[in-house]
Design a protein around this ligand. Structure first.
Ligand code: 5GP
Ligand code: MG
Length: 181
């Protein structure tokens, strides 16, 4: 395991992001929409830094299988979310922007909810991975194309607890898959 972003650097990045969010959304009705599951530690730390008022909602990006499509659509409980975000500025909070496909699917769905605006803030953005012409507005850190864990992000349930971001090598991932921790 290789430490990519240590705890102090991570926390300084959170301070920067929170300051930027306050600057952009002060005086506007803001709702943070966290994407389960990897973003919850990031979201909780952001929430504790923001002094402007805001609402919080959670959505799941886990793919739900349908009969015709094993991948299925991203799951949003629209009937619950729509009344909470109508007329408000939505800031989607996600852990990693990798290919961008998650946000590419999520962002247009908010148009139906008559939001005032929709943007995304991600803790990490992988370089040279983007496959869609749409990116996050706010980025904590750019990282190389490696598999990362820690700070809420896991590999097979391991390492969500780490207070820093680390990368796992393919060998380490293979070991965990075969033998567990
Ligand atoms: P995208 O749709 O942008 O390709 O993928 C984004 C999602 O894939 C992230 O929200 C995250 O859940 C997952 N993901 C992508 N790369 C990594 C990684 O290196 N580590 C972990 N734990 N999850 C990742
Ligand atoms: Mg995710």
């Amino acid at each position: 395991m290789n430490v990519l972003i240590d705890e102090a650097t991570l926390q300084a990045g959170l301070d920067r992001l929170a300051a930027e969010i306050e600057k952009r959304y002060r005086g506007k009705p803001l709702t943070l929409v966290g994407v389960l599951l990897g973003s919850i530690v990031f979201l909780a730390d952001l929430m504790r830094r923001l002094t402007i008022p805001y609402g919080v909602e959670m959505i799941s990006s886990r793919q739900v299988a349908t009969e015709s499509n094993i991948q299925g659509p991203l799951f949003i409980q629209a009937d619950l979310l729509a009344p909470e975000v109508a007329g408000r500025h939505v800031l989607i909070i996600d852990d990693i922007y990798d290919t961008g496909e998650t946000l590419w699917e999520l962002i247009p769905q908010f148009d139906d909810f008559k939001v005032a605006s929709v943007h995304a803030a991600v803790l990490l953005k992988k370089k040279n991975r983007q496959r869609v012409p749409l990116g996050p507005t706010l980025v904590g850190f750019e990282i190389p194309d490696v598999y990362v864990v820690g700070y809420g992000m896991d590999y097979r349930g391991y390492y969500r607890n780490l207070p820093y971001i680390a990368s796992l090598s393919p060998e380490e991932m293979k070991n965990l898959a075969q033998n567990g921790g």
